[in-house]
Design a protein around this ligand. Structure first.
Ligand code: K7E
Ligand code: CUA
Length: 664
């Protein structure tokens, strides 16, 4: 074919797929049966049975729902500043969003994975990826605080992440965009992709007790797009599987140019082998720059350091780490069943679902059943790795979760449905429409060794006619299905925050009793803590003024402050003295160019304020903390730059005596 014809035919193929985007499921009217309401009704005062942690997509946050009610419990800020509670605005939390590019207030958060022990969810942490400026975060599920964020060098768009090994030994981060390595001259023509661009996969170790993350090593791989991944488990523990697309190595119009090959790859990674090479000193130390940010629950303060080295293993030179397995048509989801034997690849443009066998892959490697290599990496023969194909499952398969009873459920974006099929005989058992264009789906524990297959939740991209209209942008949405019987039954729609991608769910009992209720004030080691009202003070250090303030129902101490001058930088270090559950105080001051603080009991938080005019400035508590919450307020007096008004502060008295320079 001449290039123009080839281009045209590829375009036609894409147009066909695009035209399928508007497929609507049939039998819409009969989708919900009469007992759905009772199955999702959680009576007032009763708790939900499951926590559901849902990625926020372009909101950069994670939201937490109760299942089966679909009630929103909390939004946890991870990569995006959150004025609601001061995350990323308070002096203590700003370092969490530091990167090698400086402070970044936003990211695109796609996947979450709960920590596991022996392949089961242990309820300690949940990890999150950042898809724009490559990072991985750890959220502590005793506080629901983001505790740690690590940036990833040699990467561009951390999409296939943060998938976890069965004992949380590692979480991985595979780059979506291949890019020139950070220590190479990146000032190259973009069309030198094939020569200069590399794909990097990071293995981030997680310390057993503290959860502390560290980049253990990186694998330098051919320049393709890594999309999703899952770890082996059970018999395949020690292996990791990544879907890749753009094996065409296109750098422009990927819609067409990365959709040409009949098959792309799933990359199987023997990470135990990589560990051996690492121990044997086969890694190359590479100088790079990446941020590592840690939040300390004792000082209630984050610190950020820039690290300058990673160890890179070259998978072209170091044999037996990586193998490519052909997988039809731009694979997206890459999911491993609870036994660890079956690896499911979902080609976005494929009309079937290939299921690969771990045993067959091992045999293929032993027999060298290869179809040559791709950029130095052996390509296993498709048939040699294949267990079988699910025929005509639907259009546009994306992601698969498992029910632990020998079945898989796959989402289909184009045909807007979820489809249940049997892993052994690869027969389709049931299908249910989604409204509409489902992306990820989630069964509690559905990517672990022990799923709890009561429900599946579908996270949809398009809602069209499902909710009251809200202008051009409609609500994003999740849908809950009962999968306890043979037939999947739609129970509930609930809107989500941001755009939901992957989600995790777990029995509430695994997490709820871990909740920290308040921070012990005697353990507060923030350098600016005031452990009682007697310790409050206002201290001038040149043009910086530090206010050591306390909050308790229902006053701030001090609540009258004078002697602030134009040109000062004022730091309000507010300690919440309460020692009881569910009594946060807020703090805000007029004209502050950031956000409020929301201070948990026993915690200290700091708001920076630069006054911009002379006058009296109100400040107050923002959280309705008691019947006299509206009384929880005070004033700051701002004087001209050259003024000689001394610093003074008080609560409940009018000391100091009336200032002589004040106008009568
Ligand atoms: Cu399918 Cu970013 Cu996991 Cu979304 S990705 S759907
Ligand atoms: Cu404290 Cu309102």
């Amino acid at each position: 074919m001449n290039p123009i014809k080839k281009y045209a035919s590829a375009l036609a193929a894409v147009a066909l797929i695009s035209s399928m985007n508007s497929c609507k499921p049939k039998n819409v009217g009969s989708a919900v049966s009469g007992d759905a309401a009772s199955k999702t009704y959680v009576a007032p005062g009763k708790y939900d049975e499951f926590y559901n942690f849902v990625s926020g997509g372009f909101s950069g946050q994670m939201s937490v729902y109760g299942i089966p009610s679909g009630r929103l419990l909390k939004v946890v800020p991870i990569f995006t500043v959150n004025p609601e509670n001061g995350y990323g605005y308070s002096e203590e939390t700003k370092p969490m969003l530091n990167t090698s590019h400086g402070f970044i207030p936003w990211d695109d958060q796609h996947h979450l994975d709960l920590s596991q022990t022996n392949g089961e969810i242990d309820g300690r942490w949940i990890f999150a990826n950042a898809n724009n400026t490559p990072r991985v975060a750890r959220v502590d599920l005793s506080t629901f605080h983001t505790s740690e964020i690590i940036e990833l060098p040699n990467s561009g768009g951390n999409h296939s992440s943060p998938f976890i090994t069965e004992n949380t030994e590692y979480i991985v981060a595979g780059t979506r965009f291949s890019v020139p390595p950070d220590d190479k001259n990146g000032d190259v023509p973009i069309n030198t992709y094939k020569q200069n661009f590399k794909g990097t996969i990071s293995f981030i170790s997680v310390e057993k007790n503290s959860g502390a993350m560290d980049i253990a090593f990186q694998l330098q791989c051919p320049g393709v797009n890594f999309d999703l991944s899952h770890a082996g488990k059970g018999k395949s523990h020690g292996w990791f599987f990544f879907s890749c697309y753009n094996t065409e190595q296109a750098n422009t119009l990927l819609e067409v140019n990365a959709s040409k090959r009949d098959k792309d790859f799933i990359m199987a990674v023997n990470w135990k082998k990589a560990e051996e090479y690492l121990k044997a000193g086969k890694g190359r130390k590479q100088s790079v720059k990446y941020a590592h940010n840690v939040y300390d629950e004792k000082t209630h303060t984050a610190t950020s350091e820039i690290r300058t080295e990673v160890i890179v293993l070259d998978t072209k030179e170091l044999k037996d780490i990586c193998y490519f397995i052909p997988c039809p048509k731009s694979p997206h989801g890459c999911d491993v069943d609870p036994t660890g034997e079956y690896i499911v690849g979902s080609g976005k443009l494929a009309a079937l679902i290939p299921v690969f066998s771990f045993d067959k892959i091992q045999k293929a490697i032993a027999d060298k059943a290869y179809d040559g290599d791709y950029d130095g990496i052996p390509v296993i023969k498709y048939e040699a790795a294949l267990y079988g194909e699910v025929k005509k499952p639907g259009l546009g398969p994306l992601h698969t979760e498992f029910d632990g009873k020998g079945n898989a459920i796959t989402s289909f974006f184009v045909s807007s449905e979820i489809v249940k099929w049997n892993i052994k005989d690869l027969k389709v058992l049931d299908r249910a429409p989604t409204f509409y264009s489902v992306g990820h789906l989630c069964i509690p524990g559905g990517d672990t060794k022990k799923p709890n297959a009561k429900y599946v939740i579908a996270y949809n991209k398009i809602t069209k006619d499902r909710y009251l209209p809200t202008g051009p942008e409609l609500a994003q949405s999740a849908q809950l299905y009962d999968i306890s019987g043979d037939k999947m039954q739609l129970l509930l729609d609930f809107p989500t925050i941001g755009e939901p991608h992957y989600a995790q769910a777990v029995e509430a009992s695994v997490i709820r009793d871990r909740s920290v209720k308040f921070f012990k004030i005697e353990e507060n080691s923030n350098p600016y803590v005031a452990k009682g009202e007697g310790a409050t003070k206002v201290v001038r250090e040149g043009s910086k003024v530090h206010v050591y303030m306390t909050a308790i129902r229902s006053h701030l101490t001090p609540d009258n402050i004078e002697g602030i001058k134009l040109g000062d930088e004022v730091y309000f270090h507010v300690t919440n003295l309460e020692q009881d559950w569910d009594v946060p105080h807020g703090f805000a001051i007029k004209g502050a160019a950031n956000a409020e603080l929301l201070i948990m009991p026993g915690e200290t938080s700091t708001l920076k304020w630069v006054p911009d005019r002379v006058g009296i400035v109100p400040m107050y508590c923002t959280d309705f903390c008691s019947a006299l919450h509206q009384e929880m307020q005070g004033y700051v007096r701002v004087s001209p730059a050259g003024s000689n008004i001394p610093i003074s502060f008080s609560t409940g008295t009018n000391l100091p005596k009336t200032d002589s320079t004040a106008k009568k």
